[in-house]
Design a protein around this ligand. Sequence first.
Ligand code: C2E
Ligand code: CA
Ligand code: CA
Length: 727
Amino acid sequence: MSLPREEGDDERAPPGVLLVDDDEVNLLLTASALRSRGMQVREASGGAAALRLLQDWTPDLIVLDALMPGLDGFETCRRLRSLPGCELLPVLMLTGLDDDASIERAYDAGATDFFVKSTQWSLLCGRVRNLLRSARTHHELLRSRAKLARAQDLARMGSFDWRFGPRGLRLEPEALRVLGRSPRDRRLGLRRMLRMLVGAERHGMAALLREVLRHSTVLDTDATVALPDGRRRIIHIEAEPEFDEHGNLCGYTGVIQDVTDRRMIEDRIKHLANFDSLTGLPNRRQLMWRAERALEHARRLGHRFALLLIDLDRFKGINDTLGHGAGDELLVEIGRRLRACLNPGDALGDLGVELNPLHSHRVLEAVGRLGGDEFVALLPEIDGEACAKRLAERLLQATRAPVLLEGREYFVTASVGIAIYPRDGHSVVDLLRNADVAMYSVKSAGRNAAQAYRPHLAGQSRQKLELESALHKALERGELVLHYQPKVEVGGHRVTGVEALMRWRRGTELVLPADFIPLAEETGLIVPMSEWAIREAARQIRSWRDESGLDLSVAINLPSRAFERSDLVEQIQRAAVLHGVPLRALELEITETGLMKNLQEVIPALHRLTRSGVGISIDDFGTGYSSLAYLTQLPISELKIDRSFVHNLGITEQSSAVISAILALARSLGLRVIAEGVENHRQREVLSRLGCDTMQGYLFAEPLPAAALADWLGTPGAPTRTVWAPA
Ligand code: C2E
Ligand code: CA
Ligand code: CA
């Protein structure tokens, strides 16, 4: 049906009227009257002609003469009602005066209204206009009702209306659709609807309804229903009470809406916001929330409550060597084990369940991931420290079991800090900080243990934290420098190379490695620091050559974990190429203990390095594992006798015996030997006598800034000839 138009509304085309009359004069006069009021009129002189016209034109209104030869008005009206688009078209039937029977017949035939023929055209025009207006209103109403139904369908919403007594519950078609019923299924009563609810909710809903009815209050709730096809949907129900004229409650009207998708999204968001996506454990936010609840609970009931901070030892090493994929796998596995320790009974547990208001402290018991390799365990009700320690031991034991990563077994340990409410803090923040302090004290005491907070621990770890962040910045700001100490071949009076030793220029202070290297190793910062040292050494070699004509080889100290990096060789090559220095101008020192600890991981790198021409020196030799058999298999070029033996030369006999043994071993393996920490002539003479000719120590020079080293090499009495280290 086209939109009925109204006279005087210039936004629309003039309303179209079909005028049907067999009386030509009447036709002419009526048409001109309507036209003069802005209507567009088409004329038909009979019913058949009218029906023909209506085949391809739909007017906004038809004025139809009742009495016509052939098809009369009544029959025409009846027939046109079945034409598409004409079902609701306003039809004004023109009848003769006092013709009650005709009026009756007109309505029967489907006429909208009747008008007694007269010559008062303005009356007819007024009637036509009214009819047009009401048709338009009617049409708009229909349209908006259709829109509403469509909107409700889209929103998966539908209305219902519930009257007490025989009429009962009535659901609109849209509401029936929400419940998976056909729109014709009007007989879905309250009882059957309640039966659609899933078991557990049925009684709850019945009780709620009784409660709402008793107080005539608004109903506003969600329910899970099982649809006839077996699917489950979450339905939101909202209804308002209706009262009769005496003020008595007589029923309810409201809407139901399928909110399943929305709820699923909400749940997903809730889950994402509260659970760690990697391990599925509660995340920091959720942990904080649970910790707060646990604390409240403990406060109210006068209980103790423990917070355990669990930090994996050397996790960064695994991440750096094996890559993040394996690191993630490890975290997932450790998370699973920690969880299992706390809730031995449930393997999958309460992951993903709704965070209902917590009823019991058991729910507050949790293991979560704070971030990175840090986990937290909450123990809501404990007897005391001993109890927390027992659990910490259990957690430690669980982490220690080997983890299978990429087909190989890895051993992981953790450090645990314990804080107990109320002894170690009255807020979650305080407890967490103090658990952190305790955890750090475990780390500095050698890791792989648990420790409860003690006030005296606080200072130590805070200093450490400050130092750590300062060290981070030191690297970024270029506060690190290398000093160089010559290695001297005493007999030939020449320098065979230099060792690069790192210093930190912190303000006016020059910080020595002992004060920052251990922390750098612990935090993993040593890796970028070592990378920097390699680049810096290469740059310096080039600069000595360009500016002082010196060809010096430089030994760089690297922690064993640097050798585990797969791209170490490439890194060194890049640095050498960048500054145009040969690879044999670079040497690496790795301590014996570091080497032994990670032998299997380090050996491949050593081979690649040696092949590329980079010399490898075993530092602090003699202090590590005494079995020297492994040396035969290692691609190394130099042993550095630890300074403790040199220091004791001439003091204990044993030290010279050790040095002799090392020299004999080195000779048999074709390795160079250098003694470090040579401070006086006596040491130098003994070493020479034993057959160790290459030395390093304060007797010759302290570690010097690059420029000072060049000067030193030029000073009279200093060894003057400098060469690349022999390959
Ligand atoms: P190290 O590799 O054994 O270095 C030799 C240490 O002995 C240096 O201490 C050096 O200054 C000191 N020294 C040299 N001659 C004598 C001497 O005649 N008598 C005595 N008593 N000491 C002497 P420094 O520079 O304080 O470095 C200490 C340690 O820090 C180094 O021991 C090394 O393990 C580490 N280190 C230094 N620089 C770096 C670096 O760039 N990277 C890494 N990973 N570690 C470094
Ligand atoms: Ca060294
Ligand atoms: Ca050393």
